[in-house]
Design a protein. Structure first.
Length: 95
């Protein structure tokens, strides 16, 4: 019974986080956030998941770098355009 309750709590929290972060509730996004909250790894964590995790670490260390916000958001939304734009903006900072 406790396991079912935990699963229900995780599902509820997952939906809450998706809404708070304004991330579309696609199956991929749901799975990613669910595992993030549960502290588990998704079955086939790909390069995007790894990049997103690292981008969040760098953003936490450098919150003043605006393109990082766009990069994290683009990765969360699976938006190639937003990721490319953020990376270009970040590259221009170093130019």
């Amino acid at each position: 019974m406790a396991e079912a309750s935990r699963a229900t709590d995780l599902a509820r929290e997952t939906l809450r986080v998706l809404a708070l972060r304004r991330i579309p509730p696609t199956p991929e996004n749901y799975q990613r956030i669910f595992h993030e909250i549960a502290g588990t790894a998704p079955p086939a964590a790909g390069l995007q998941s790894l990049l997103l995790a690292q981008a969040r670490v760098v953003l936490a260390q450098h919150p003043d770098v605006a393109p990082l916000v766009g990069l994290v958001r683009g990765l969360e939304l699976n938006s190639r355009g937003q990721v490319a734009s953020a990376l270009n903006e970040w590259a221009e900072l170093g130019a």
